[in-house]
Design a binder for this molecule. Structure first.
Ligand code: FPP
Length: 235
């Protein structure tokens, strides 16, 4: 169906608040509906044979939102993991998290770690959820680890090993941002050097199969050159 498929898709899940506001509902309803899209996108990616996806669930800047919204998002994540962990295992879905771990509420963190541990042998798709994640923060944490180890000089390959993704995860081939904004918002700064960008006006809670297929079709037509002259594959 597609001449080529991305191996890794990153998603900036934007527009939950607007989705709710358009319906005269509090913003948190948009986040709750957004979880259904998360579910759908995991299933679609699995169906199309995409081995890695990364979802931007909570940024290092999102702590600035009202306390109730922050608490709701952390509870939403915890409840989502709690009620889906058995299904992830049954459906062979591996989940891991990128981002800081030192500011996450204890119960949410406990479920994150439990999910990581209990799905670590699942192999149909590997889903990364970015929680308290910032691209700059990830780079600074990596540098601090290097400094602690007394490193004086490093190269790109070594540096990559200090970032949040395990080394076997390929860089995203495609980044999809919903809800009309055309910016990166501190997501995966190091990893998206050669990523194809795709923006859609669809709000995250409305993002469905058709939007997903449209993004894949668009990607399959892109010529990727990685700085060279012909299409080539990075590895
Ligand atoms: C951006 O929309 C969305 C977020 C900051 C939260 C995303 C979280 C979820 C979809 C649910 C939790 C995730 C998992 C993996 C269970 P926004 O609130 O900035 O929307 P707006 O720009 O319209 O206000």
């Amino acid at each position: 169906m597609f001449s080529k498929l991305p191996r890794h898709i990153a998603f900036i899940m934007d527009g939950n608040g607007r989705w709710a506001q358009k319906r005269g509902l509090p913003r948190i309803y948009g986040h709750a509906k957004g979880v259904k899209t998360v579910e759908n996108v995991i299933n679609l990616s699995k169906e199309f044979g995409i081995p890695f996806i990364t979802l931007y669930a909570f940024s290092t800047e999102n702590w600035k939102r009202p306390k109730e919204e922050v608490e709701f998002l952390m509870e939403l994540l915890r409840e989502y993991l709690k009620s889906n962990l058995e299904r992830f295992k049954r459906e062979n879905i591996r989940l891991s998290f990128i981002g800081r771990r030192d500011r996450i509420p204890q119960e949410t963190l406990r479920w994150m770690e439990k999910t990581e541990e209990e799905t670590k042998y699942c192999s149909a798709i590997w889903v990364f959820v970015a929680v308290d994640y910032g691209g700059r923060d990830e780079i600074i944490r990596a540098i601090n680890k290097l400094l602690k180890e007394g490193k004086k000089e490093i190269d790109e390959t070594t540096f990559k090993n200090y970032l949040d993704f395990p080394p076997e995860v390929p860089e995203p081939d495609l980044l999809i941002r919903t809800a009309g904004e055309r910016r990166i918002s501190n997501f995966l700064l190091w990893h998206i050097a050669y990523t194809e960008l795709y923006f859609t006006d669809t709000l995250w809670p409305d993002f469905g199969r058709e939007d997903f297929v449209k993004a894949l079709e668009d990607f399959s037509k892109r010529k990727r050159k990685f700085g060279g002259l012909d299409e080539e594959v990075d590895s």
